[in-house]
Design a protein around this ligand. Structure first.
Ligand SMILES: [Zn+2]
Length: 129
């Protein structure tokens, strides 16, 4: 199962399964025991995050931009004519497989009840990967 959670919420070693911190910033003073793996590549870019936090964009605009970033080509794609990375495309597929075989929890620093958090968008993208 693929779940989402605030990294600040209590750790449930049994129900959480693989705990992934999917944020660009790890968090000062964040204990490494609160997650199994930190994947900054799954968080919004620093520029996008700053725009959102500064209130310079709507949630809808943020959602669109974040989804685009997830599939943004990098320099390596210019070196491959046939099979490109397409951003996080293959990582999202891997996570979907892991979530079908066990529990995976995507985490962010946002509060547990925050509806406008990229982790919800990330979960949707993984489920359709
Ligand atoms: Zn968040």
């Amino acid at each position: 199962m693929l779940k989402t959670k605030s990294v600040e919420s209590p750790v449930d070693r049994y129900a959480d399964g693989l705990r992934i911190l999917a944020t660009r910033f790890r968090g000062r003073g964040m204990s490494t025991s609160r997650y199994d793996v930190w994947m900054p590549s799954l968080g919004p870019s620093e520029r996008l995050l700053k725009s959102m936090l500064a209130g310079r964009m709507t949630w809808a605009a943020f959602s669109r931009a974040y989804r685009q970033e997830l599939f943004l080509d990098g320099p390596i794609d210019r070196r491959s004519q046939t099979i490109k990375n397409h951003g996080q495309k293959f990582t999202l597929r891997l996570l979907r497989q892991l979530a079908e075989q066990g529990d995976v929890t995507l985490m962010c620093h946002c509060a547990e009840d925050e509806p406008h958090c990229h982790r919800h968008l990330l979960r949707q993208e993984i489920l359709r990967a």
